[in-house]
Design a protein around this ligand. Sequence first.
Ligand SMILES: [Zn+2]
Length: 190
Amino acid sequence: MTPPPNIFAIDPGCTETAWLEYEPAAARIVGFGKIPNPEMLRALGERQTGGAVMVIESVACYGMAVGWEVFETVFWSGQFWHAWYGAKDRLYRKDVKLSICKDSRANDTAIRRALMDRFGGDRSVKSQQCPTCKGTRLRGKAKTPCGCGDGWKIKPGPLVGITRDVWAALGVACAYADGARSRIKGVGAE
Ligand SMILES: [Zn+2]
């Protein structure tokens, strides 16, 4: 049986876009970041997809007036979609909430909590360097080995460094890994 493809999740923004690559077979986060939209577009076009599926969080209709940010985000989302020549899908935020929290009205805190639980609980977002050597692994003027090993008191958890929009991309990746698929007509595994 071939393992499921890696998921390249993106949460588009009006000027910058968050991305996160997830390997479902190993439940491992391969990488993540947040970069300006033109840079993201270039990266998607140049990237060898490596069999990965791209999943974009889609802007839904909220039933209220929206500003230029939303239109810009939609404008960029379409370009990202077009730039990726491999398998791709789109998920609404509420589908992500439903998949992660079993509640389509869950708030960001609840989603973050559920994602942390998935990656080891509180430890997933913790890291602390060795207080003696401050991560250098050497102590004192003589620079003798500290004895702590690798310079960490608490090794960085898998979610250390994940910021607001990258959390959204992580949610998209996990929802897709758990089987969430687009309900938008004409979209899906291509
Ligand atoms: Zn140390």
